[in-house]
Design a protein around this ligand. Sequence first.
Ligand SMILES: [Zn+2]
Length: 72
Amino acid sequence: MGTNEGGVVYDYGRCPCTGAYEGRFIEVEMEVSGRQVVVTSIPQGECPGCGSQVYKLQIIERMETLMRPEKG
Ligand SMILES: [Zn+2]
């Protein structure tokens, strides 16, 4: 039944449309230092009712860190 095996489970809460976000993992393609990089296993919540998508704040911060050019 509803056990999530082998991974971290994120709680995305509820969508304003009253649907419950379903957690899944996606691939995101981004440009890092002028190169296209595919980052896999990005946790994302998607509402099955209206299709709205959410990310955890820590994931957004991590992606922004990846995209930011390193200083030094
Ligand atoms: Zn919704």
